[in-house]
Structure formats: structure tokens, C-alpha cells
Design a protein around this ligand. Structure first.
Ligand SMILES: [Cu+2]
Length: 432
């Protein structure tokens, strides 16, 4: 089974590679950032981008890797390319997120977590119609990162109708795609963390008008699942009374009150540990910088922080399903350049990362520049961070890629590259 799937995926990638090689004239096309002699047509560009012809497909997490939805394409009166997308929000979706039977009670854009990768070109007029299904019980919205009018921002501040679409209603967001880069999109209805955790997010790629150097491309969206929803609900300011300095003499009992009656024993232990750790750190700082030891107020703040840290995930993935690319290694060829668009939509955990074994990659933060920021084998993301990785392998073999947080790796965020071919010499700083 494992071998069959690996070969199946290899054959799919081979087809992509063969297809890519058939458009060889493109290899002589001016490289990204240089002025072209002729302008590429949007049809030809969409071919190069590997745009899907099946816009209604629900890609599996394996297919998601190379599933690029470029919308229904037309031209307006001025000749501008118009791309139209439809995203249908459905709640109560049973999403398999592991090979061990874990089913997530998710909310989806078009039936998958993550939602489809939306791919457009800088300067396109983009229309995204979001339909909130009749049977849903929550309002939803679509917030895309990048530049647009406030009315198309998908937030309710300001009273814009696109900020909260009621069940049974729809709204069409419209903007001119700019600037080029890789972006997250997600629902922005409160409590936002819950609407994100439930699965309402995806990736949007705005390609530059002049294509990037051609190579095989993949999309990888990093996410997690808080499966028990134990912390769902709004996050609010702690009661002001907790921070009333007149109560400092009674700090111990205030802390108990601040911990709330529903604190578990585990929570209390964590709180104590946090306080101890903070005390130790602060004491060290005191020695170095002569700042005062923490006051009772500061300790109470750490109580609240400890409470926040209880919001976390049970499963972590790339493209939605734990260990999927361990079960189905991604077949690569030595010496060939690859590009991965990566977006971190992890909620609750503040930091995620992407580490590649056996190769170095050029990294383009947010994908908004034609020159890479650095060459590395690990990149760290906070929530919503994203970028582009470009790399080649010198030697054949099986290589891991995974979060460098061991916990995330153990809980699903790990995959394999199955690199084939003869060893090749990759110049220093390799890149692509
Ligand atoms: Cu929502």
C-alpha cells in the first residue's frame, strides 16, 4: 500500500515534470524581475502555474500540494483579467485528519481544511463570492491579507456588510490583486481563534506579472487542531480588580480568585511552575540589571498567561492530515529546482517552523521580493507568517521535513522527500 501510493505520487509528479518540460520555450523567457521582450498571455501563464481545470474538486491533502485554483477567468471591458471564485462555508463537517481515525468537527471553505489555494496574478480583478450555507448557525466572513478597500476586508468593524455574512446569505469581495506575494485568507468573525481553529482558512498566491523562474511548485499550509474545543469562546481582559494595588497585602487569596473556580489541579500546578520560572528569570535579571523583583501584580499577570497557554492543539499537520507525507513521500529529483509556498495558520501556539533535512533553501519572506532574504535549512513562523522556499537536492535518499518543535513533529507535522536520481554538484549557496 505504502509503496503503491508512493509510486502513484511519483507518477503524478513525473507527469507534472513532463508537462513542464513540454513548455520549454518558457525556459528562455526572461527571468523574474527582468523586463520581458513580450508579455506572456494569461492563458499561457495559467498553464505554467499548473492551474486546475476542476474548480469544484475537493482535493485530498496529497492533491492539495499541487492544487492551484485560479478561478473562472474572463476579461472586463478594459481587457483586464477577471478571476471569480466561489467559497461555500459549511459547518459540522467531519474531516479525517489522521490515519488513526481522528475526525475533526470542522467548518470548511468548499469542504476541505485547509480551503483551496487561490491563485491570481498581480493586477487581476478578483471577485470571491462567499456563501454562508443555510444550515449553518454562525455568521462568517472572508479576510484576505494584501491591499484592498476596507469594505472588502471581511471584518465587522466599520459596519461593512462583508464583515459578517449571516447563514443563508452571501457576499462578494472584490479587489485588484496587489502586491505579488503569498498570503493567508481566513474567516474574521469573533471569536476569531475559534473560527480559524475550526478550519476556515487557506492560502492565496498573487503571482508577479512577469513569472518567477520556472520550477515545480507546491503549496504547504501549516495548521493544528484543538480537537476538544475546551477553550472555545471569547478572550477578554482579566478583571481590573485583579490588578488593584490596594489588594497587594492579600496577594495570595487574590491569586486564587484570579485563577477562577474552574481552574484544574493541573492548571494550578502550571501556575506555580510559571511563577517559579518567572521568579528565577526575574531574579537573574535583577542581578544583571538591578530591576526590582516582580510585584504581586506581575505574578498575577503570569497567572493569566498560564491560563492562555492551556489553549493549544492536539494534532499538527502540513496540508491538513497528520503524517500524510510520511505515508506518501513526495518524490523529487536530484538537481531539479523546487518551490514551496508556505503559510502558517497555526492557532493557539505562537510559533511554528519548517526544517528541511539534507538541503538548504533560499527563503523569500512573504514572497514580496524577487531576491531571497537568506539561505537556510530552517525558517520560523509566528501566526499568519508565510513565505517561499526554493531548493534543490544534491544527493538521492529519503529526507525528513518537519517542524523543529519536537512536540509538533511527534503530533503529526512531519513528512518525507523521496529524492531520486544521481548525485549532482550544486554550487555553493546552491539555491536555485
Ligand atoms: Cu467564521
Amino acid at each position: 500500500m505504502f509503496t503503491q501510493n508512493a509510486y502513484f505520487f511519483a507518477s503524478v509528479l513525473s507527469i507534472i515534470l513532463i508537462f513542464s518540460s513540454t513548455i520549454s520555450p518558457f525556459s528562455n523567457f526572461p527571468t523574474f524581475g527582468q523586463a520581458p521582450a513580450t508579455h506572456i498571455s494569461s492563458e499561457r501563464y495559467d498553464n505554467i502555474k499548473n492551474c486546475t481545470t476542476d474548480l469544484s474538486k475537493k482535493p485530498t491533502s496529497i492533491e492539495y500540494l499541487t492544487y492551484f485554483n485560479c478561478g473562472h477567468v474572463s476579461k472586463d471591458e478594459s481587457g483586464r483579467t477577471v478571476r471569480q471564485f466561489t467559497l461555500i462555508v459549511q459547518e459540522n463537517q467531519k474531516i479525517p485528519i489522521s490515519y488513526e481515525g481522528h475526525i475533526f468537527d470542522g467548518w470548511t471553505f468548499n469542504g476541505t481544511i485547509p480551503g483551496p489555494t487561490i491563485r491570481v496574478t498581480e493586477g487581476d480583478l478578483v471577485r470571491i463570492r462567499v456563501i454562508n450555507s443555510n444550515e449553518n448557525t454562525h455568521p462568517h466572513s472572508l479576510h484576505t491579507h494584501s491591499i484592498h478597500y476596507a469594505k472588502n476586508d471581511g471584518v465587522s468593524m466599520g459596519g461593512y456588510p462583508g464583515g459578517a455574512i449571516s447563514p443563508g446569505r452571501s457576499f462578494t469581495y472584490e479587489f485588484v490583486a496587489q502586491p505579488y506575494g503569498v498570503y493567508p485568507y481566513h474567516c474574521h468573525v469573533d471569536p476569531i481563534a475559534d473560527h480559524i481553529n475550526r478550519g476556515l482558512y487557506g492560502m492565496m498566491i498573487i503571482d508577479p506579472k512577469e513569472p518567477r523562474p520556472q520550477m515545480t511548485e507546491m503549496a504547504m499550509l501549516l495548521n493544528g487542531y484543538d480537537m476538544d474545543f475546551d477553550q472555545e469562546g471569547p478572550t477578554t481582559l482579566p478583571p481590573a480588580a485583579l490588578f488593584d494595588t490596594s489588594l497587594q497585602d492579600d496577594a495570595g487569596s487574590n491569586m486564587t480568585a484570579g485563577a477562577d473556580s474552574n481552574e484544574t489541579n493541573t492548571g494550578s500546578n502550571m501556575t506555580n511552575m510559571t511563577n517559579m520560572t518567572n521568579m528565577t528569570n526575574m531574579t537573574n535579571m535583577t542581578n544583571m540589571t538591578h530591576v526590582s523583583v516582580p510585584s504581586a501584580t506581575e505574578e498575577e499577570t503570569s497567572v493569566e498567561q498560564a491560563g492562555e497557554e492551556e489553549r493549544d492543539n492536539e494534532i499538527y499537520t502540513v496540508n491538513g492530515k497528520a503524517f500524510d507525507y510520511m505515508m506518501h513521500p513526495i518524490v523529487l529529483q536530484t538537481g531539479k529546482p523546487y518551490r514551496i509556498y508556505v503559510v502558517n495558520m497555526l492557532e493557539f501556539d505562537l510559533v511554528n517552523s519548517f526544517h528541511v533535512h539534507g538541503a538548504m533553501f533560499d527563503y523569500y519572506t512573504a514572497g514580496t521580493d524577487e531576491t531571497s532574504d537568506y539561505n537556510t535549512d530552517i525558517v520560523t513562523f509566528s501566526q499568519g507568517d508565510r513565505g517561499i522556499m526554493e531548493f534543490r537536492y544534491a544527493y538521492p535518499g529519503t529526507y525528513m521535513f518537519h517542524a523543529h518543535q519536537t512536540e509538533f513533529t511527534d503530533l503529526g507535522w512531519m513528512g518525507l522527500f523521496d529524492v531520486r536520481g544521481d548525485p549532482v554538484n550544486i554550487p555553493e549557496h546552491q539555491g536555485t
